[in-house]
Write a protein that binds this ligand. Structure first.
Ligand code: F6P
Length: 323
């Protein structure tokens, strides 16, 4: 293998740049030329890629986002589109690809592998919903961003004696809500993996916090939880007089995806990028680099994308005790 390519795909997150940097520098060290593909799979389809030297990845270790750009690319589900992508790589003499991204992106990587194109995945997603890896690149920084916000919200919530609904990302997965709620001392955490509680019992929790003499009530809600933050807000406001606390809502949104990667994400991105190159050059394909305990292992992409990573129900129970 003399030439490989790397792309970032799906939602961005802190730590992607350290990973790209590791892929480029480890690839060059091993004697291969590394191409950076722009805008995820869209760049493979549009033939938008270029060779990266060591200097091209200088100074990016501490930068959020991805220097390659990223995109969601539903067209990549089409066979003819993937054929075009492979043709473009073949024309340039590229015969291995590293895909850094979440579930949809890793499904694309698996599809390329199944078409005979050597492909290795790296889990990059703030949601931490990728099966088979303890953590994905970006999760640690995002959690710290959320925690910083919750701490700040708590200050103002206590000063005004208010209940706050803090909505965090996690379309299908409550990991960010659970971990940040636990670390931030939330009174209640609502995640899509667990049905309920009813609006009535959420109101009871708020009243209970008020009656216990708490100065605030923080409810962390994953964006994928149904019936959703707005429904809770409206219900609590409809019973505002009896609940004691007034209610405010903060939706953290894309603030959670940006920012300087933490030490952990810089290191994880670097380690995973290095291992992805090593795996590709030693003939592996159809695998994802996964963090298991403190070590990195290769995990089948087919297993990684088969289901979402389950939530640790023991942590949920612990959070309930801690409220
Ligand atoms: O892909 C992860 C994620 O951050 C989800 O938690 C969130 O729902 C989604 O991305 C938002 O995507 P977009 O930036 O495309 O609106």
């Amino acid at each position: 293998m003399k030439r490989i390519a790397v792309l970032t795909s799906g939602g961005d997150g802190p730590g992607l740049n350290p990973c790209i940097r590791a892929v480029v520098r480890c690839g060059l060290k091993a004697g291969v030329e590394v191409f950076g593909v722009q805008w995820g799979y869209a760049g493979l389809i549009d033939n938008d890629m270029g060779s990266l030297d060591s200097r091209a990845v200088s100074g990016i270790l501490g930068k959020g986002g991805t220097i390659l750009g990223t995109a969601r690319c539903p067209e990549f589900l089409e066979l003819q589109v993937r054929r075009q992508a492979i043709r473009h790589m073949n024309q340039r003499g590229i015969n291995g690809l590293i895909v850094i991204g979440g579930n949809g992106s890793l499904a694309g990587a698996l599809a390329l592998h199944e078409m005979g194109f050597p492909t290795i995945g790296v889990p990059g997603s703030i949601d931490n919903d990728i099966n088979g890896t303890d953590l994905a690149v970006g999760v640690d920084t995002t959690l710290n961003t959320i925690l910083d916000a919750i701490d700040r919200i708590k200050d103002t919530a206590s000063s005004h004696q208010r209940a706050f609904l803090v909505e965090v990302m996690g379309r299908d997965c409550g990991y960010l809500a659970l971990q940040s709620g636990l670390a931030g001392g939330a009174e209640l955490i609502l995640v899509p993996e667990r049905e309920g509680p009813t609006l009535e019992s959420i109101a009871e929790e708020v009243l209970d916090a008020y009656m216990r003499g708490k100065s605030h009530c923080i409810i962390v809600i994953a964006e994928g939880w149904k019936p959703g933050t707005k429904a809770v807000q409206e219900y609590l406001l409809s019973r505002r007089e009896e609940l004691g606390f007034d209610v405010r809502v903060t939706v953290l949104g894309h603030v959670q995806r940006g920012g300087r990667p933490s030490v952990f994400d810089r290191t994880l991105g670097t380690r995973m990028g290095a291992m992805a190159v090593e795996a590709l050059l030693s003939g592996e394909s159809g695998k994802m680099v996964a963090l298991r305990g403190n070590g990195l292992e290769l995990f089948p992409l087919a297993e990684a994308v088969k289901q979402l990573k389950p939530l640790d129900s023991m942590l949920l129970e612990l959070a309930e005790i801690m409220d």
